[in-house]
Design a protein around this ligand. Structure first.
Ligand code: ZN
Ligand code: ZN
Ligand code: ZN
Length: 107
């Protein structure tokens, strides 16, 4: 069952008002509220608490959703995915790695 994803101007593959490129198809579960958001800016627009990043000890939890097929990845699996969904092989935006610190504890 595909979990609900929240955000502004979401499309069916979880693109949002902020990230609308062809590869911007992942949603991230926020450690603070356990809800999937298209991006941290969507979270900040719709929630009134600060984002909490995933501590490294919890990187085995599912925290990333492929918007193309609905497959959920753990943080470890996402970081090891090579910017491609292991289930449907849809390409993820490799530029997302520049924003990992917004979601995951820095390595
Ligand atoms: Zn939250
Ligand atoms: Zn957004
Ligand atoms: Zn997929």
């Amino acid at each position: 069952m595909r979990p609900p994803v929240h955000g502004l101007e979401l499309d069916p593959e979880t693109r949002c008002a902020h990230w609308r490129g062809p590869l911007d198809i992942i949603a991230l579960k926020m450690r603070c509220c356990g809800r999937y958001y298209a991006c941290h800016a969507c979270h900040d627009a719709l929630e009134n608490h600060p984002v909490r990043v995933w501590p490294k000890a919890e990187w085995d939890q599912t925290a990333v959703l492929c918007g193309a097929c609905g497959h959920e990845l753990s943080v470890h699996a996402y970081l090891a995915s090579g910017s491609r969904c292991p289930a449907c092989e849809a390409a993820f935006n490799p530029g997302c790695r520049n924003h990992h610190h917004l979601y995951f504890e820095p390595e």
